[in-house]
Design a protein around this ligand. Sequence first.
Ligand code: GLA
Length: 409
Amino acid sequence: MLLEVPTPQEGRLRRLAAAFESRFEGRPAGVAVAPGRVNLIGEHLDYNEGHVLPVAIDRSLMVAFAPRPDGRVRLYSLDFDQESAFDLAGFERDSAAPWSDYVRGVAWALREAGHRLSGLDGAIEGDVPIGSGLSSSAALEVAAIGAFAAASGLRLDRRRMALLGQRAENSFVGVACGIMDQMAATLARAGHALLIDCRTLECEDVPVPLEAAGGDGRAGLRLVVADSGVRRALVDSQYNVRRQECRQAAELLAKAIPDRPVASLRDVSPEDLARYGDGLPPDLLRRARHVVEEERRVLGSVEALRGGNMQAFGEMLGASHRSLRDDFEVSCSELDLLVDLARALPGVLGARLTGAGFGGCTVNLVRADALEAFRERVVARYCSETGRAGRMYVCRTADGLRLRKFGRP
Ligand code: GLA
């Protein structure tokens, strides 16, 4: 099937409660729900301390939980049909159940930060496709932090939750991600993109004319995610190489720019690059150029969205893709094909790769009346040309982390 539609929330909650009750004694006390995300623009900027503009989507990870009086954590994943358990007294990864490492990691990060945790039973279910760049891992981290906080009676600020999720992923799971995904999963609001200043972590909600979860479906533009079906082999090491290259470029430019400190590429302007860029090795110059120009594109996009100029916004998406392809070099032939097919379709205002790159998904702004054509002339054609299992998800914008008592949707 090419077009994937999310299962209604109510069905998921019922299935989750039934699974909890059959695995553990009693009923869950509550459920923590954290969304996946799609970054509209501002790619590879979070670890350069720039601005990013993600939306949370109507696909999520759910953790139904009940506190336990002892220090034991028992988990059951519906998606993997697997259990994993640990004690809060010691933390180890579980190579037989790697999905549980995100939960173990946040318990570890919460304890490291000095919080007293209660044990819990937790049943986990998700409909964020795994490994396609829609941040199922950040969603699980954030939902698990929500569950631990509620079970242990902790009051945690949402920014703090995002930082703890990132800490778990960086230091426990061992993936050197930036802060964007966890911030989107905790702080985004339906109907809005979240403009994050990744240096200060200040955020602003920017209204987007896209259908929101629970909306009436009449809005004219849809957010379409096209999954290339290419899984990101080696992405983590390439991702780390890009981080390293950005750091090197910033260090070299810091030495060249005489009049002010350059802590990261965030501090470099297009004028600086024109003046001092020649001193960089050519590949570092290209990496720096992507970051410096992408930062301007994010700010320009916010202006375009605020002014209702979707045409201009769509053009920035296209420019972002070209920059990621040619300067940052994180695209691949499949993502380029998806973007080219989309751009050739009337009714598509903009398209680009989203997330880390090297595979995963593209994000597309598509007029509602062009959805069917998108399915046939972009996704189906992509599948037949590449032999890959491409998919499309029509996403609605959603809220960040929600906690609710069980039984009350
Ligand atoms: C991954 C990381 C994010 C961000 C993006 C690229 O999704 O987890 O922190 O760096 O890549 O924008």
